[in-house]
Design a protein around this ligand. Sequence first.
Ligand code: ADP
Length: 357
Amino acid sequence: MAGIKDYYETLKSIEINGKDIVSAGYVSQVYVDSGRLFVKLNIPQEFMKHAKAIEETVRRLFKERHNIQDVQVEIKPKMQITPPKLQTTSSQNIFNPQRIPGVKRVIGVGSGKGGVGKSTVAVNLAVKLAQKGYKVALFDADIYGPSVGTLLGTKGQKIRVTKEKKFLPVEAYGIGVISFASLLDEDTPVIWRGTMFHKVYQDLFFNTIWSEDELDYLIIDFPPGTGDAQLSAAQQVIIDGVVVVTTPQRVAIDDVRRAINAFLKMEVPVLGLIENMSYVIDTCGNKLHVFGKGGGDILSSETGLPLIARIPLDPEYLELSDQGKPMVTQEAKNENQRLIHQAYEEIASFISRRAGV
Ligand code: ADP
């Protein structure tokens, strides 16, 4: 039976101005609800005059290829977030990012503010991709609250250095981990300046043996918001895309919008949004929106970015997570947990589809 992946393949055969609509990032959502297929597109304003023709093409293709009659197509203009030109010093551009030798794709995980579960998402995405057979490493760049060590149970383990002065990541759940925390004394207050970031990042990115052979994905857990860490990384390394984690509260929207715009200014593509702690299913099967509702949807329709997944909140998984047992390595014993697994499955598939290794 055809699934969402096949539907994306079908959408790929539609081109606007010589680019297929999937690769161009115009497809914001494809899902099935109550037997009906929903296809949501966000296209640049200048192509809106073709909206009717695109809608008809979508309907026709799904009818022809998948025998689906009931397709709900929604086409909206994409919010124009054109990144302003980067600041240049005299004639020299300060941005000269490079590929890390032996690393195929670099994916960042960011957030508007702390405490939304950004590190949890980075850790579980990395482990999930490794479970799918990819070679994965995680770079914990969140120096203000490095929690990757706690979430992976690697706290206190130090990065080893080879005779050739190369770093060797700590291993956990099939992924390699490099953390700022491993370089610092836990009680040392961190007062880092831009230049220090730059030097340490350069060392860690380019002097680490990320994998014995090629690494498929390097996931970066960025600090919340935007600052020197993001800037320094984007100046040195080609980041293939970031996902931004938010919670459903509407009050968080401004922070997330700022984070998205900062990434775009640095010419880092934003691939989509993840809404974490979206809801809890109680024992009677009711969906409780404990942290409010709507934040992810509003941001998605405002920015045209896909809402990749909504991850429920689960108190038992919170405890296990904080004991160093990532959610995706645990059995699902209730509906929340089952939906958390499903959400990470969706996020990992989205990444491999968009960043394609
Ligand atoms: P951030 O990196 O945004 O500061 P963390 O990833 O450190 O946030 O998560 C904050 C806390 O929330 C941690 O205790 C983590 O285990 C917990 N947490 C994150 N996501 C979930 C979830 N979906 N369900 C339950 N607990 C979660």
